[in-house]
Design a protein around this ligand. Structure first.
Ligand code: EPU
Length: 447
């Protein structure tokens, strides 16, 4: 397993282009299961989770060809419809194969994802949504086994319906992706109420529409889908990664830096920009070459006179849970107290104790963390527990006095392409070294 060694205290300066979104690309790739024609995706980042999704689709009978410019996925052998535990345990997002496979093949078997480091992660809303479309679902030997009655030779299809996707923590992003994808091939009209409004859902809807689906309202809590008989292939460019953009914004701010981000999805970062503004980080936005609000240019500067703030994670357009940990690293160096409340994953605080090893003063009370700003962080050996916690510890290491060693960075490689190379290009002193594998090392599921 690899580690990062970071010598802190160097300002980040320069220019960086944001990569394609991981959380958009995963359900987009799964949409290839809805058609017999090739799906061509551009701007797919080179990430461990993307490689896992490609491996899963290959097991499910697709060919996947990757070049520097595009990923082409063609659904070819519909006899292999079992997403096995071996793959699902490495990546919870494997669940997004369920809806497309069920709608197109009439049958799907997907290993039930377990919990992970950021908490319990049920899929009850996905299953209730697909049942509302007429699927019969059973649990068998740890697998979700889903069938469309009368399909497989009998001509049976899913049936359009009214589906409510609200749960105790709001809607579900991948659940909305699953039900929306499945409904594209259902007979009749589906209305999803309490749909997730995340930009990744909008990107999926745009791809499905390009494939011939009839969808209205994506990005709002009510999505209407009129089922069609079949979908074709399409070419689609993945939206830039709003979480990668927010992470680099925090990295620039914590090092008192000056960096320009290109291909930056400003249009979906309002809550993040609002928090950064209140903290005292300056973000100057210019139109990008395409004048597309999702692909802007933003210059981030910070004078390190940071102020504490209160923030609560919420479904989009609220502040994203996937930036909570990175923002906590930043706020650990702000003046005064900050209050961070986690409303999506109440247990997503494993980074708190590791930040404490670096001198941060953070008290956790239930799903709230109170961060009392300190003057400096000090380097220490720390351990990453999940993808975003890894990014948080790296940010802390960039600002800390002395040397920080972050172990288990395989978590980071799931969602950030070559982060150490990109940070080095901005002036960070960070290197990757290979640790001896430990027998206890298990690649558990995270996102
Ligand atoms: N939930 C339920 N029942 C369900 C599904 C979800 O109660 O059937 C709960 C969850 O436990 C959670 C909340 O609803 O409390 C939201 O979960 P959601 O289903 O929206 O999460 P997800 O779709 O599994 C995606 C991202 C996560 C991101 C969340 C929330 C992908 C591959 N993953 O997960 O990304 O945190 O939405 O925005 O898109 C990450 O990238 O680090 C990551 C964890």
């Amino acid at each position: 397993m690899d580690q990062f060694i970071i010598h802190g205290g160097h300002r980040l300066t320069g220019r960086l282009a944001i990569k394609g979104s991981k959380n958009a690309a995963l359900p987009l790739m799964a949409a290839a299961l809805l058609t017999d024609e090739p799906l061509i995706l551009q701007d797919v980042a080179d990430l461990a989770d993307i490689r896992n999704m490609a491996r899963l689709l290959a097991e499910l009978g697709c060919t996947v060809e990757q070049t520097d410019h595009a990923t082409t996925i063609t659904n070819q052998d519909e006899s292999r419809s079992h997403a096995r535990y071996d793959i699902v345990k490495t990546m919870r997002a494997s669940i997004c194969a369920l809806g497309p496979m069920l709608a197109k093949r009439g049958f799907a078997r997907v290993s039930m994802p377990g919990g992970c480091a950021i908490g319990d992660r049920p899929v009850d809303l996905h299953l209730r949504g697909l049942e509302a479309l007429g699927a019969q679902i059973q649990l068998h030997e740890g697998d979700i086994v889903a069938r469309v009655p009368g399909a497989r030779g009998g001509g049976g299809r899913l049936r359009g319906s009214r589906v409510f996707l609200g749960g105790p923590f709001g809607s579900t992003v991948l659940g909305t992706a699953n039900v929306m994808s499945a409904a594209t091939l259902a007979e009749g009209v589906t209305v999803i109420e309490c749909a997730a409004c995340e930009p990744e859902v909008v990107d999926l809807a745009n791809l499905l529409i390009a494939m011939g689906a009839r969808i209205e309202g994506a990005g709002s809590p009510r999505i209407t889908i009129v089922g069609v008989d079949s979908l074709g292939g399409a070419t689609h460019r993945v939206i830039p990664d709003r979480i990668e953009a927010g992470t680099y914004m925090c990295a620039v701010a914590i090092t008192n830096g000056d960096v320009t981000l290109d291909n930056c999805p400003i249009d979906c970062l309002s809550a993040v920009l609002n928090v950064l503004d209140r903290v005292g980080v300056h973000v100057a936005v210019e139109a990008g070459p395409a004048s597309d609000p999702m692909r802007m240019t933003a210059r981030i500067t910070s004078s390190r006179n940071l102020r504490g703030v209160e923030l609560t994670t919420q479904p989009h357009p609220g502040f994203p849970t996937d930036l909570q940990a990175q923002t906590m690293a930043l706020l650990s160096l702000a003046d005064g107290n900050s209050v961070i409340t986690e409303r999506i994953y109440p247990e997503r605080f494993l980074h708190v104790a590791e930040l404490g090893r670096m001198g941060a003063r953070i008290t956790r009370i239930g799903s709230t963390a109170i961060v009392s700003g300190v003057r400096k962080l000090v380097g220490a050996p720390v351990m990453a527990s999940d993808l975003r916690a890894s990014a948080c510890l790296i940010l802390a290491g960039l600002a800390a006095e002395g040397t920080t060693t972050v172990s288990r960075v395989y978590h980071l490689d799931r969602g950030y392409e070559q982060m150490e190379v990109r940070l080095r290009s901005l002036g960070a002193h960070i290197e990757r070294i290979s640790e001896k594998p430990s027998p206890a090392a298990v690649v558990e599921s995270g996102v």
